[in-house]
Write a protein that binds this ligand. Structure first.
Ligand code: GLP
Length: 254
């Protein structure tokens, strides 16, 4: 696990976008799983501009949805697919036919989750772009989540309902159930970027990077995954303290 600390959110967004663009330019048929949430929005904006500049071909990318609320009507404004379309798919120009969705309206959810895992496992993810829940979740892999957790339906913890409340006008607006890409497929990604910004993520990020991996902090299992880079801004990883991270390469500044 590599930790890159940037001066601020804009620098974090630029650095992450550069990484994502490099992969797309090198491998235009790449499979990506892309988080929603606020943190990656800046990186996606930068990425759209960078890809235009570099005249990259996005027509053959494959994009997997990371998580989705359950119990919504298909056109509900709270759908995370809608969020993903607005913040990344449309700005990049990724054809919707190339998107593997988590189908919250499938008549058989368990079968839909198995189909997602099979599609993900077929080629594997070349890149996972993930955010960090304030309770350490990845996607909606709520704690406790073991590293072999499959794609599945879950019930949100109170902490996640509260932390997502501001996005939808209050905690009472947040759906209580969701489906999430499983830990197993996420941890198998060939490259992972974990984007972390802001003081409210400070404590949980230290646990992710420095403490032994535990189901109580699902993101801590990234310590054992291949080719993981944590991009944190100084708000999330203040300097000092000196990092005594799970991996000696952690603690680098950018
Ligand atoms: C949300 C989502 C995650 C997201 C994370 C962080 O609850 N389920 O996919 O990455 O929490 O969100 P944010 O970047 O807005 O802090």
């Amino acid at each position: 696990m590599d930790l890159i600390v940037t001066d601020d959110y804009d620098a974090l967004s630029r650095a992450a976008a550069e990484r994502i663009a490099d992969l797309i330019v090198t491998k235009p048929t790449a499979s990506l799983v892309l988080a929603t949430g606020e943190t990656p929005i800046g990186a996606y904006r930068e990425l759209a501009a960078t890809l235009r500049q570099r005249r990259a071909d996005v027509s053959r990318l494959r994009v997997f949805q990371l998580d989705e609320y359950l119990d919504l009507e298909p056109d509900d404004r709270r759908s995370l697919f809608g969020w993903m379309a607005r913040t990344v798919l449309d700005p990049l120009g990724v054809p919707l036919a190339n998107v593997v969705r988590l189908d919250a309206n499938a008549p058989d959810l368990a079968a839909a989750c198995r189909a997602y895992d099979a599609a993900a496992a077929a080629g594997g993810f070349d890149l996972a772009v993930l955010g960090l829940g304030p309770n350490g979740h990845l996607g909606f892999n709520e704690p406790p989540a073991p590293p072999d957790a499959p794609t599945r339906a879950i019930t949100l913890t109170e902490a996640s309902v509260a932390s997502n409340g501001p996005y939808w006008g209050g905690a009472d607006q947040v759906p209580h159930r969701a489906i999430t890409a499983g830990m197993s497929v996420l941890l198998a990604a060939r490259q992972t970027l974990l984007l972390v910004s802001g003081a409210r993520k400070r404590q949980i990020l230290r646990r992710v990077v420095e403490e032994p991996a535990t189901p109580d902090v699902p993101a801590s299992f990234l310590q054992r995954a291949a080719n993981v880079t944590v991009f944190a801004d100084r708000e999330a990883w203040p300097s000092p303290p000196p990092a005594r991270a799970a991996n000696p390469s952690a603690g680098r500044s950018a």
